[in-house]
Design a protein around this ligand. Structure first.
Ligand code: ATM
Length: 232
């Protein structure tokens, strides 16, 4: 029989385990959304704002936030000699990029109190590989857990723009679309649906921001969200 003392000790060990990341003093702020939603400009504006408040800011992204990740990003976005990448291979490469990113960038920077602005994180995998490709969400959740050890964002800003508007914006910006952007519009609509369902499932963590507003208006909303959520 398990004594009350043992039960208490187990409960407190579990509490310590569950909260091991909460002791990290920095903040992980993630930006998510479909192609052309405006993440890059909003991250830049937000970085300046936080730095002007005297906070130490790190801007990073997935895939490609480490040297290893940059190689993985190229493989993922350009492909290799026009040969198709199997869906599960793609999923594992995103997970590998994330595991390295966590070890090399996220954990060390959080530990020294930095404010990390991260372009995409675990929700991208649920939205793109889960809703977009149709891979098992439960498998993706497990892989996300393996890659991150359970580290969640403090807040995730989902920049919600119409899929067609986003793709037109993106094509206008860079002139050509990468391997994933070239997917059929139905794929991008499923990704969008994924974000909508994620936001509905995790209302405390994910905040939807209307990305169709002007750049300045979107930034004002983001700053307001961060002030409230992170008490800055
Ligand atoms: P950015 O262009 O936003 O940096 O994202 C790179 C691509 O990687 C993006 N699609 N396109 N093009 C989304 C995709 N992606 C996934 O499919 N799964 C993931 O887990 C992540 C992090 C990104």
């Amino acid at each position: 029989m398990v004594s009350n003392f043992t039960k208490k000790a187990l409960a407190s060990a579990f509490f310590v385990y569950k909260n091991k990341f909460k002791s990290m003093s920095g903040k992980l702020i993630v930006f998510e959304g479909v192609e052309g939603c405006g993440k890059t400009s909003q991250i830049e504006l937000c970085g300046h704002w936080l730095a002007n408040l005297g906070l130490a800011v790190v801007v990073t992204r997935e895939p490609g936030g480490t040297d290893l990740g940059l190689h993985l990003r190229r493989l993922l976005l350009d492909g290799v000699e026009n040969k198709p990448i199997a869906e599960v291979t793609e999923l594992l490469l995103y997970a590998a990029d994330r595991a390295q990113h966590l070890a090399e960038e996220l954990k060390p920077n959080l530990a020294v109190g930095k404010y990390i602005l991260c372009d995409r994180y675990t929700d991208s995998t649920v939205a793109y590989q889960g809703y977009g490709r149709g891979l098992s969400i439960s498998l993706i959740n497990q892989l996300n857990y393996i890659a991150t050890g359970g580290l969640e964002s403090d807040v995730t800003i989902w920049l919600d723009v119409d899929v067609e508007v986003g793709l037109v914006r993106k094509k206008g910006d860079v002139g050509k679309l990468d391997r994933i952007e070239q997917e059929a519009i139905a794929f991008h609509r499923r990704v969008q649906q994924g974000y909508a369902e994620l936001a509905a499932s995790y209302p405390d963590r994910i905040v939807r921001v209307d990305g169709s507003l002007s750049q300045e208006a979107v930034q004002q909303v983001i700053q307001q969200v961060l002030r409230v959520k992170l008490m800055i």
